[in-house]
Design a protein around this ligand. Structure first.
Ligand SMILES: [Mg+2]
Length: 233
């Protein structure tokens, strides 16, 4: 690659909505004024780490629970060496391809969302890779969570802003990853942000996201919090 080509390579703008996400959002019908609950999937609706551990085990790998990061914590059984950065991405793509449909649903999630959907509209906003989107849709349906799914890439703020343009009402955002909270806080500060990590081992590695309003420990806790909040608006 020449220097010129390198300089003209477009760096993704974290405030811009990627085209594949915009296409999915265009098919979404949201009701103006009705409260919106935007919910992540991995470690919020599905136990991601439990599935990942099974997948790693089958490949003589393991997760060492040293920190809240996949990079550096996936190691070889035979010599405890972490897998190289360039292996990690294809490994995770393979995991999503093989395991997305088999992940266990998080306790209480379906019941809480069913309760919330009586007065709110629920949208699942997940950074599941596009090739695994249909598997995730099937898994959501199978576990009583057949809500619209937007397969996002990159920061979540742009997709949240796009949805708010349609509803203009109150909105709640639930996610396990702090930088997703940061992106939403920066681009849509009025959205109420709930930090929740389903896996208790993973939750123990991380305090409340700096940009969240509330850190929840369980779905029943989250349901009560959201119901109280929506009753005030
Ligand atoms: Mg997640």
């Amino acid at each position: 690659m020449t220097f010129q080509q390198l300089m003209s390579t477009k760096i993704p703008d974290p405030t811009e909505l990627p085209a594949p996400v915009a296409e999915q959002l265009a098919t979404l019908t949201l009701t103006h004024g009705k409260p919106l609950v935007i919910v992540d999937a991995d470690e919020v609706l599905f136990y991601f780490m439990r599935g990942l551990e099974r997948f790693l085990e089958s490949r003589d790998l393991y997760f060492d629970w040293a920190s809240y990061a996949l990079h550096g914590n996936i190691r070889q059984r035979r010599d405890d060496a972490p897998v190289a950065a360039e292996i990690l991405h294809p490994l995770l793509q393979r995991f999503f391809a093989e395991a997305t449909e088999e992940l266990e649903p998080v306790d209480g999630a379906a019941q809480a969302l069913a309760e919330l959907s009586r007065s709110s509209q629920v949208v699942v906003l997940s950074n599941v890779p596009m090739p695994a989107r249909n598997a995730r849709i099937r898994a959501l349906a199978r576990h009583g969570m057949a809500f619209p799914l937007i397969a996002n890439t990159g920061p979540k703020g742009p997709a949240v802003v796009a949805m708010l343009k349609q509803t203009k009402g109150s909105a709640v955002f639930i996610d396990d990853i702090p930088h997703n909270h940061k992106s939403v806080a920066e681009m849509a500060p009025a959205v109420h942000r709930l930090h929740y990590i389903a896996d208790t081992r993973l939750a123990a590695l991380l305090g409340p996201a700096p940009d969240c309003h509330h850190r929840a420990d369980t779905w029943p806790d989250m349901l009560t919090h959201i119901q109280t909040l929506l009753a005030q608006t």
